[in-house]
Ligand binder design. Structure first.
Ligand code: ING
Ligand code: ZN
Length: 328
C-alpha cells in the first residue's frame, strides 16, 4: 500500500515534494529563503540511499543585525504525517505574504525562522508506503530487515538521556521508544544538536537545580501528532521547570490559537532524551511540543479544515513572541 495512492491523502507532500517546495522558495525569493545541509540521515551516512538533513531558513537578508530565532522541526516521528505539511504551509504563508501581509513582512524583516521540515527523512520514506513507522531506520538495532528496527530519535538526545532509568524510554532495540545505545548515537540527533547549539551559542541551562530561570530569547517547537496537546518541559520529572510559570503562560497562549490542551509534558507520560530537553535543558531556550490532531493518518479534509488553520495561527503567534518568550 502507498498512502499517497489512497483517495483523500493526496494533500501530504512526500519528502521529495517537500524539498522541491523549499528549493522553490530559494529560487523565487533568494533574499528571503536559504536551504542548508546540516548533516546526513542514517541511510545517507551508510551509503544506503537516504537524505541530507536540510534546514529552510526564512528571513529578509537585506535587513541586517541580530534577530531572534524560531526553530521548528517536524516529522521526527515518521508516521506523524500532518506535521511537515503544516510547517511547509507556514513557510508558504511567510514567503507568499512578504510585501503584502504586514505580519509576514515584519516577521521576515526582524526574525529568523529555521525549519527542519523532515527531521527523520529515512523513516518518513518508510511511512509513505503505509507502514506505521516511528523511528529512524538504523539497521544495527533489532535486525537489518525488521520493521521494528531503528532508534526513537525523540529519546536519543543528550540532555536527560535515560534520566528516568527506563520509564521514559526503552532499552529494547525493537521497542518503538528505543533510546539507542548512547546519548546522540544517531546521526540525525547529532545534526540537530549541533544546529541548535549554533543558533544559540551563548546559552546555558537551566540545569537541574539551577536557582535562576533562563532568559534567552528564542523558541524551539517540535511538531508531533497526535492528541491535541501543547507540551513543555520537563518530561522526565513532575517538578516544574525553573521557567515553569512562563512556559505555562506561553503554552496557554498557543493553546488559545489551536484550541488544544496545554500541560507540562510529564502529564502525558514520562519521557527522557527528548528534543525539547536539549534546547530548554541545555540551552535555556523555551521549548514546546505540539501534538496535532486525533490520529496519525488523518484525512486531508480534516487537515485542511481544522489542523492547518488552527495551528498556522499558533505558529504565527510563536514567531511574533520569539524575542521575549519568558515575559508572563
Ligand atoms: N509524542 C511525544 C513523544 O515523543 C512528547 C510526546 C514529546 C512528550 C516530547 C514529551 C516531550 O512520545 C508523540 N506522539 O510522539
Ligand atoms: Zn511523535
Amino acid at each position: 500500500v502507498n498512502l499517497y495512492s489512497i483517495p483523500g491523502y493526496s494533500c501530504y507532500e512526500t519528502v521529495e515534494e517537500t524539498f522541491t517546495a523549499a528549493q522553490g522558495f530559494v529560487a523565487s525569493k533568494p533574499t528571503l529563503a536559504s536551504w542548508s545541509d546540516i548533516g546526513d540521515s542514517w541511510q545517507k551516512k551508510n551509503g544506503l540511499g537516504g537524505y541530507d538533513m536540510r534546514v529552510l531558513k526564512l528571513t529578509n537578508s537585506a535587513v541586517t543585525g541580530s534577530k531572534p530565532k524560531l526553530f521548528i522541526n517536524s516529522a521526527i516521528h515518521a508516521r506523524e504525517y500532518t506535521t511537515a505539511p503544516l510547517v511547509l504551509e507556514f513557510a508558504r504563508w511567510l514567503v507568499n505574504g512578504y510585501g503584502t501581509n504586514a505580519d509576514a513582512t515584519w516577521l521576515l524583516d526582524h526574525h529568523e525562522i529555521h525549519m527542519l521540515l523532515h527531521t527523520n527523512p529515512d523513516g518518513r520514506k518508510r511511512a509513505e508506503t503505509g507502514l506505521s513507522w516511528r523511528k529512524n531506520t538504523n539497521q544495527a538495532y533489532c535486525g537489518a530487515t525488521s520493521n521494528s528496527r531503528g532508534a526513537d530519535l525523540n529519546r536519543n538526545f543528550t540532555h536527560s538521556w535515560n534520566s528516568t532509568g527506563g520509564t521514559g524510554s526503552s532499552g529494547s532495540q525493537c521497542n518503538d521508544t528505543y533510546r539507542g545505545p548512547a546519548p546522540a548515537s544517531e546521526p540525525e540527533t547529532q545534526a540537530i544538536e549541533a544546529y541548535v547549539r549554533t543558533l544559540w551559542p551563548d546559552s546555558r541551562g537551566p540545569n537541574v537545580g539551577d536557582a535562576a530561570p533562563a532568559t534567552t530569547s528564542g523558541i524551539h517547537l517540535d511538531i508531533h501528532s497526535y492528541s491535541q496537546l501543547v507540551l513543555w518541559p520537563w518530561g522526565d520529572r513532575s517538578s516544574a521547570a525553573p521557567n515553569g510559570t512562563a512556559l505555562q503562560t506561553l503554552g496557554r497562549k498557543f493553546a488559545y490559537f489551536n484550541n488544544y490542551t496545554p500541560q507540562q509534558s510529564v502529564g502525558l507520560y514520562p519521557t527522557d532524551g527528548t528534543s525539547d530537553a536539549i534546547s530548554y535543558g541545555e540551552l535555556g531556550v523555551a521549548a514546546f511540543t505540539f501534538e496535532l490532531g486525533t490520529s496519525f493518518f488523518q484525512s486531508c479534509t480534516t487537515f485542511n479544515s481544522t489542523i492547518k488553520p488552527q495551528n498556522l495561527q499558533a505558529l504565527i503567534y510563536a514567531a511574533k513572541v520569539v524575542r521575549t518568550p519568558y515575559i508572563t
